[in-house]
Design a protein around this ligand. Sequence first.
Ligand code: SF4
Length: 232
Amino acid sequence: MNPKTTIERGTLLTVLDRLEKAWGKEKVPHERSFGSPLDGLIATLLSQNTNDKNSEKAFFEMKRRWPTWTQVMDVPVEALIDSIRVAGLAPTKAARIREILLRIRLDFGSYDLDSLKNWDPVEARSYLENLPGIGPKTAACVLAFELGKPAFPVDTHVARIVRRLGWFTEKHSPAEIQEELETAVPKERQGGGHLNFILHGRNTCHSRKPACHRCVLSDLCPSATEKGLSRS
Ligand code: SF4
């Protein structure tokens, strides 16, 4: 475990405020949900190591072929792999889907995770993180988008921005960053804050050429001078 960082509270709130003003996400919008916690969990599993477009294509193709989870459990695994191939790592993801469905059926008596909505957030997170193939980021996505609980998923965009802001270094893993942000960011601002960071990463703080000249955080960012504030 790397040493913890200190995020100055005033700066953190200023960053959250400015990103919210720039990108407009105060909360997680309703349409981010896949309709049920279990659907959201499987869709997020499919999104690992690929982009949203391909993972959603895979998820909806699987649901088109077999609308119920009972059917997904009954089909030959080769057919399941074929349905989700566009998401990549299809054999592994298909096996994980089956393992998760089996575990949920054993734990809850049906293919349904709705009861997690009534669980304590810490217990719900622990349950999700103990499912096969589910790490801290995937669990946080399900908590924030499907269960309405506080969580700040840290993906590549979030990690890049907070490292450039000097809050973390490359030595901090995304899981460590997530744990600290979930402690530091006010609970009611976590879901919306996460979405604003994602939008900022996609539209301004790009991986290769960050557009520092039009970044609302440039006066707070130690990387701004290094990355260049000019338009060239
Ligand atoms: S100033 Fe540049 S490097 Fe810093 S957060 Fe903004 S776009 Fe990213």
